[in-house]
Design a protein around this ligand. Structure first.
Ligand code: CA
Ligand code: CA
Length: 294
């Protein structure tokens, strides 16, 4: 069955207290209509383009949440990304300047590319910046600008069409929310933004009985990415490596030392983003090392 969730249903934080917009069944398809990271407050037609006057509490709205029938704490929610449709225009601002009114660019989207500064044609690879479930009730509400074990503002370029995102379930129904689309972004998201734009995301959801890792895992056609977020890049890297090591050791039934050595030889430690309240990194493991994991 297919469900459509309009962007009028959106939250600025992920929380067990958010009521579900709709309850869907495992293997159902859900289309999320999403606003941009500014919640539509920035006019793409303004001259000069400015993101200065806006309510910052309305950042990164996530459409939803959607409850998945049968999801219970200890399970894993699988979100397979089938399609991402983006608006014909997006914006990007250089948020590294430390000003409320940073310089920015309007970026037209042409079929499968983006035209930056009227000169640079950039291949589109739409990314879901924010995708997450409700954290455990004792964690309260986590703003959609913050990444964590529940997902959230992961800003990880692998979260694109064809990938599957695996999120630990912390509350009954899981409560999935999706937002903050990027037309394209690089590892690190160095200026603080991708090409920010509204759009539509089509996913199918499913449930796994077991937890894969304490935080998000992303499956791409060639890799399994174990994601972790922490206050510093060093802490995030340590956490992601430990989790990847433990996943490998458990799945392959090898010692943690062998798992650590295998990771060192075959996996890549990559930076997802350096601009959010917590930093995010991932360990990208060739799928061939983890046969039958998912
Ligand atoms: Ca983001
Ligand atoms: Ca963004």
């Amino acid at each position: 069955m297919e469900h459509y969730v309009g962007s009028e249903h959106r939250v600025y934080a992920m929380s067990a207290a958010n009521p579900a917009v709709v309850t869907v069944q495992p293997r159902d398809r859900v289309v999320f209509q999403t606003l941009d990271c500014f919640d539509g407050q920035v006019s793409y037609d303004a001259q000069p383009l400015s993101c200065a006057v806006r309510d910052r509490f309305r950042a990164n709205p996530a459409t939803g949440p959607v409850a998945i029938a049968g999801a219970r704490p200890g399970m894993t929610l699988k979100v397979h990304i089938e399609k991402i449709t983006v608006a014909p225009r997006g914006v990007v601002f250089d948020c590294t300047v430390g000003s409320n009114d940073p310089p920015g660019r309007l970026v037209p989207i042409l079929d499968d590319s983006a035209l930056f500064a009227d000169r640079f044609t950039l291949p589109l690879q739409p990314v879901i910046g924010t995708i997450g479930v409700a954290p455990a009730p004792e964690q309260g509400a986590i703003p959609d600008t913050t990444p964590g074990d529940h997902g959230g503002n992961l800003d990880t370029k692998d979260i694109t069409v064809g990938a599957a995102v695996y999120l630990p379930v912390f509350v009954e129904g899981a409560l999935l929310g999706v937002g903050d689309l990027h037309g394209v972004q690089g590892d690190g998201e160095m200026c603080g933004q991708g090409i920010e734009l509204p759009g539509e995301v089509t996913v199918t959801v499913d449930l796994l009985e077991e937890t894969l890792a304490p935080g998000p895992v992303v499956e791409t056609p060639r890799t399994i990415c174990v994601i972790a977020s922490a206050r510093t890049l060093d802490e995030a890297a340590k956490l992601a490596v430990e989790r990847a090591r433990d996943l490998l050791a458990r799945h392959l039934q090898i010692s943690t030392h062998d798992a650590m050595m295998l990771l060192s030889l075959q996996a890549d430690l990559r930076i997802s983003q350096v601009v959010n309240p917590l930093r995010t990194v991932r360990v990208s493991i060739p799928k061939t090392l983890l046969p039958g994991l998912v």
